[in-house]
Design a protein around this ligand. Structure first.
Ligand code: ADP
Length: 842
C-alpha cells in the first residue's frame, strides 16, 4: 500500500501523526521514533529495507491492507543513518519530545536532517578530511562557490571563471560532498556530478538573511559572494535545525595567495591520494603526516593542497622549523603536549550544535590542561602567536564532570559530588533508601525466620521479597506480604514499607537524572561562550603541530632548508624523490636539477623505466614542499617561488568521462599553456604519445616552441621522440638531458643518473626483454628495428617530416593558387568553394 492511497480518517492517531510529519519531508527518509526503535513506513520502509538489508514487515494501522514497515533500534540509529547518507540519502530524525508516560499521544518532532554535508556524527567522518557542503551560484562571468564544514565551523567563498569543466574540477578539488543549487542551475552539470562523481545535489531557492549569521560575512563587499553565502547558510540553518554559533567568519579564498594546481595536477602528483593504489598510502600526505592532533592533520592536508607564494610567509615557516630542529628537547616537549590535545575544533562544533556529551567535555578539559605548557614553549621558541589559557573553563569542568560519566546524557552519573548541594541531597536520599533495602533483607529474615528470603529488584515490579518454593508455607498473614508474582523457583511479595521506600528511591533516581542533565546542559552552555577563543586556539595548535612535524620529518630524513630566489633560478643539488626514496628497497640515486636563467626547458630522453618521470615529479614535489614551509630532500636547493604547477603526467585516462588518452593529453596541455605564466612550472611526460607518431611529434614540437617563445617558464619535458632533441639547436633556452642506461651483454642496466645531452639509443627492446616477452618476439623485433634503422626514411629530420605533413595538407592551397578568379562565373566560384570544402572535410 502506498502513502498516497491511505484514507487518513481511518488510521490510528499515531499513523496520522506520522503522515502529517512525513508530508513535510518528501524525498527524505523519515526515521520515526517509536519507543526503543526508529520505524520507517511505506516507500521509506521499502527503500531502507532494500538498501540496508533489513526485514520488511507490515503494520496494521486500521486499514484493509497492512502498510510496509521496517525499523532499527534507536541506540544504533547513527550506524544506519551513516549507511544511508553514504548511499546518497537524507534522513530526517523524528524524536519523541513529550514524556511517553504522560496521557495521550506522544508529541513528535523532526529534530535534525542528516545528509552527507550536514552530519555531526564525527565518529563516521575521517579525522583528516574536511566534510564540505557547498552552494554554487552561476553569474554571467563566474561561478561563485561558498562551502562550509559544519563539524569545524569553517566557511569559505571563492569565484572561478564560468566554465563547466573548470567548475567540475574545482568541485573535485575542494572535495564537496553535497551541493545545493538554485532551481535554474544547469541540468547537465547536475547530472554529471550526480552520475559520474556520486555527489549529492539538492535544489533550494531560499536566500534569506538570517540575523544570527550576518556578522560572519560583514567584511565582504562582493554582493555575489554574499548571496552565495546566504544561500548556503539558509540551507544549513533550515536543515540542521540547530544553533550554528560555532560558524567562523567567512574566509575569501584568494587564489593569488597560493600556488595554482588544478585537480588533475594534484591527482597526478599523488599529493594526498594515490590513484594507482586507490589509497592514501605513498602520497606526500602519507610521507609528511606525523602530526599529533586531528587539527594538525587537516591543516597539513590544507597546506599541501594550497602551497604559499609569499616569500615572507614561507620564510617564517622555515624559521620556526629551523628553531624546532635546533631546540629538539623543547620540540619533543611540545609534541608530548600536543599529543594530549583532542580535536578541539570539532568539539566546539559539537558543543555549539548541542550534541557534545560528557566524554567530549572531558576531552576538552584534558586539552585545556596543557595550554599553559604549550604557551610557555611557544614563547621560548619565539612563535608569534599564543593560546588563550581558559583556566576558568578548566576549573569548571574539573569540579563538575565525572571522569567515569557514561556517553548518554539520560542515565545520570554525569556530575561529581560536591558540585551541586541540591543534587548531593537527592543522592543521599537515594543512598539512604538503598541502605534501608539492604538492611531490610536481614531484618525480614529475623522477623520471619525464613533464612533463604531475598530482597530483589526488577524494572517491571520494582523491589520485592522473594521466597523460594520450599519456604512458601512459612509465610504468615501477619507479615503483611502481598503476593505479586509467581516464578518457577518461588513467589515474589511486596510490603507497604518496601513500596514506600521504592517510590522514594525511584523518585530520587528520576530527579537525579533530570537534574544531572540540566546541570550538564548549563555547563555546556557556559563552555559555549568560549567557542571563539577555543577556535582561535585550534588554529594555532594546528599550525604549530604541522611545523613541528616538518621539523621532525626534516631531521629524520636529512632534508635541508631551501633558498628561495626571485631570479627564476633552479639549482637543486643531489635531489631525491622523498616518497620513492622511502618505498625503494635499494638506495635512491640522487640527481641535480639545474635550470639557470639561460635554461627554461629541460628536454629529457632515456629508455622506459630509466627514471624520467620520477625526475620530473621530484622537481614538483620539492617545489611544493618548499612552498608549504617544509625542508626539502637534497644537498642544497636554490629555487624560485612558482605561482603554479601544470602537469601532463601518467596515463590517467578519463575514460569515465568519455575522454580518450589523447583528448586528456591535449586538454591538459591546453590548460597548462593557456594558464602558465613566466613564473610557473610545467611538467610534460611524453606528451603526444597518445596519437600517431608524426602527429604526436609535430604537436610536441609546436607546444615546446610555444612554451619557449611565448611563456618562458621552467619546463621539464620527457619524450620518446629522439628527433626532438635537435630542437636544442634552434631553441636557445632548451637543454637536452638524458637518463643514462648501460648495455651489458644484451641486457640493460638502469643507472637512474641524469646526464647532459641526448640519449643515443632507445633501448625499448631491452625493456621488453626485462618484461620477459617471449624470445621469439624479442628477436623478431630486433630484426625489424635493424630494417627501419637502415631504411632511408629514418634519416628524415623532424623539420622535414612536419614540412611533409603541412605540404600534404596544402593540396587545397595549391588548387586555389592555380585558379584564375577573373575567369570564374559566380556559379563556378560557388562550385569550387563547395569542392574545396569537401576536400578539407576528407
Ligand atoms: P620512466 O619515466 O623513465 O619510464 P620512472 O621514473 O617511472 O621511469 O622510473 C621507473 C622506476 O625506476 C621507478 O619506479 C623507481 O623504482 C626507479 N627509479 C627511478 N628513478 C630512480 C632513482 N633516481 N634512483 C633509484 N631508483 C629510481
Amino acid at each position: 500500500m502506498e502513502r498516497k492511497d491511505v484514507d487518513r480518517t481511518k488510521v490510528s492517531p499515531m499513523m496520522r501523526q506520522y503522515l502529517e510529519i512525513k508530508d513535510n519531508y518528501e524525498n527524505i527518509i523519515l526515521f520515526f521514533r517509536l519507543g526503543d526503535f526508529y520505524e520507517m513506513f511505506f516507500e521509506d520502509a521499502i527503500t531502507v529495507s532494500h538498501e540496508l538489508e533489513l526485514t520488511l514487515t507490515g503494520k496494521n494501522a486500521s486499514l484493509d491492507e497492512r502498510i510496509p514497515m521496517c525499523g532499527v533500534p534507536f541506540h544504533a540509529g547513527n550506524i544506519y543513518i551513516d549507511k544511508l547518507i553514504e548511499k546518497g540519502y537524507r534522513v530526517a530524525v523524528c524524536e519523541q519530545t513529550s514524556d511517553p508516560k504522560a496521557k495521550g499521544i506522544v508529541k513528535r518532532e523532526v529534530l535534525e536532517i542528516v545528509s552527507r554535508g550536514i552530519n555531526m556524527n564525527t565518529d563516521s567522518i575521517s579525522e583528516t578530511d574536511s566534510n564540505f557542503i557547498g552552494s554554487i551560484i552561476s553569474t554571467p562571468d563566474n561561478y561563485i562557490i561558498s562551502y562550509a564544514d559544519i563539524t569545524t565551523g569553517k566557511i569559505f567563498v571563492t569565484s572561478i571563471i564560468n566554465s563547466k569543466e573548470t567548475l567540475i574540477k574545482e568541485i573535485l578539488n575542494i572535495g564537496l560532498k553535497e551541493i545545493i543549487v538554485l532551481s535554474n542551475f544547469d541540468k547537465w552539470i547536475i547530472n554529471k556530478l550526480k552520475k559520474e562523481f556520486n555527489i549529492c545535489i539538492y535544489i533550494s531557492d531560499t536566500i534569506d538573511e538570517i540575523e544570527q549569521y550576518k556578522t560572519l560575512y560583514q567584511n565582504i563587499d562582493d554582493i555575489r559572494f554574499i548571496e552565495c553565502i546566504k544561500h548556503l547558510l539558509c540551507y544549513l540553518n533550515n536543515n540542521s535545525k540547530r544553533s550554528l554559533t560555532h560558524m567562523q567568519p567567512v574566509e575569501v579564498v584568494n587564489n593569488s595567495k597560493y600556488m595554482h594546481m588544478d585537480y588533475n595536477t594534484k591527482k597526478n602528483l599523488e599529493l594526498v591520494y594515490n590513484i594507482s593504489r586507490n589509497t592514501k598510502e605513498y602520497t606526500l600526505m602519507w610521507l609528511l603526516d606525523k602530526t599529533k592532533t586531528a587539527m594538525g592533520a587537516r591543516c597539513l592536508k590544507n597546506y599541501i593542497q594550497y602551497p604559499l607564494v609569499d616569500k615572507e610567509e614561507i620564510e617564517y615557516r622555515y624559521n620556526i622549523v629551523s628553531k624546532l630542529i635546533f631546540e629538539f628537547i623543547k620540540r619533543e616537549e611540545l609534541r608530548d603536549c600536543l599529543y594530549e590535545v583532542y580535536d578541539v575544533e570539532r568539539l566546539c562544533g559539537k558543543i555549539s550544535y548541542g550534541n557534545a556529551n560528557a566524554k567530549d567535555l572531558l576531552q576538552l578539559k584534558n586539552s585545556i590542561k596543557v595550554f599553559p605548557e604549550i604557551n610557555a614553549i611557544l614563547s621560548d621558541i619565539g612563535y608569534n602567536k599564543h593560546l588563550f589559557i581558559l583556566n576558568e573553563i578548566y576549573e569548571l569542568l574539573e569540579k563538575s564532570i565525572d571522569e567515569n560519566a557514561p556517553i548518554t546524557l539520560k542515565e545520570g552519573s554525569l556530575i561529581k559530588s560536591g558540585y551541586s548541594n541540591e543534587l548531593d541531597e537527592l543522592k543521599k536520599i537515594r543512598i539512604g533508601g538503598k541502605d534501608f533495602i539492604a538492611s531490610l533483607e536481614n531484618e525480614e529474615k529475623e522477623r520471619t525466620g525464613i533464612k533463604n528470603l531475598k530482597v530483589g529488584y526488577n524494572k517491571v515490579f520494582g523491589y520485592y521479597i522473594e521466597i523460594p518454593k520450599g519456604s512458601i508455607g512459612l509465610v504468615k498473614d501477619e507479615y503483611g506480604y502481598e503476593r505479586k508474582q509467581t516464578i518457577a523457583t518461588g513467589e515474589r511479595y511486596i510490603t507497604p514499607i518496601l513500596k514506600e521506600k521504592e517510590s522514594l528511591i525511584l523518585g530520587a533516581e528520576e530527579k537525579i537524572i533530570n537534574m544531572e542533565y540540566e546541570i550538564f546542559v548549563t555547563i555546556r552552555d557556559e563552555v559555549k561562550k568560549y567557542i571563539k577563543e577555543l577556535q582561535k586556539n585550534s588554529k594555532i595548535i594546528a599550525d604549530i603541530d604541522v611545523l613541528s612535524t616538518f621539523a621532525v620529518i626534516s631531521e629524520e630524513n636529512n632534508y635541508i632548508r631551501p633558498q628561495l630566489n626571485n631570479e627564476n633560478k633552479v639549482e637543486i643539488i643531489g635531489a631525491r624523490h622523498p616518497v620513492v626514496e622511502k618505498v625503494l628497497d635499494k638506495p635512491f640515486i640522487d640527481n641535480d636539477i639545474i635550470m639557470n636563467n639561460d635554461t627554461s626547458i629541460l628536454l629529457i630522453t632515456g629508455p622506459n623505466m630509466a627514471g624520467k618521470s620520477t625526475y620530473m615529479r621530484m622537481m614538483a614535489i620539492i617545489s611544493i614542499m618548499a612552498q608549504i614551509g617544509c625542508f626539502v630532500p637534497c644537498k642544497s636547493a636554490l629555487i624560485p617561488i612558482f605561482d603554479g604547477i601544470y602537469t601532463r603526467i601518467g596515463a590517467s585516462d578519463d575514460l569515465v568521462n568519455g575522454e580518450s588518452t589523447f583528448m586528456v593529453e591535449m586538454s591538459e596541455a591546453n590548460n597548462a599553456i593557456s594558464n602558465a605564466t613566466k613564473n610557473s612550472l610545467i611538467l610534460f611526460d611524453e606528451l603526444g604519445r597518445g596519437t600517431a607518431t608524426y602527429d604526436g611529434m609535430a604537436l610536441a614540437q609546436s607546444i615546446l616552441e610555444y612554451i619557449h617563445d611565448e611563456i618562458g617558464c621552467k619546463t621539464i619535458f620527457s619524450t620518446h621522440y629522439h628527433e626532438l632533441t635537435a630542437l636544442e639547436n634552434d631553441l636557445t633556452h632548451l637543454k637536452n638531458v638524458h637518463v643514462s642506461a648501460e648495455e651489458n651483454d644484451g641486457d640493460i642496466i638502469f643507472l637512474h643518473k641524469i646526464k647532459e645531452g641526448a640519449v643515443d639509443k632507445s633501448y625499448g627492446i631491452y625493456v621488453a626483454k626485462l618484461a620477459n616477452l617471449p624470445s621469439k618476439v624479442i628477436n623478431r623485433a630486433g630484426v625489424i628495428l635493424n630494417h627501419y634503422e637502415s631504411s632511408p626514411t629514418s634519416n628524415i629530420s623532424t623539420e622535414k617530416v612536419i614540412e611533409k605533413i603541412i605540404h600534404e595538407e596544402s593540396e587545397v592551397e595549391i588548387e586555389l593558387k592555380n585558379t584564375n578568379i577573373m575567369t570564374l562565373t559566380p556559379i563556378d566560384a560557388l562550385n569550387l568553394l563547395y569542392k574545396l570544402k569537401e576536400k578539407i572535410k576528407k
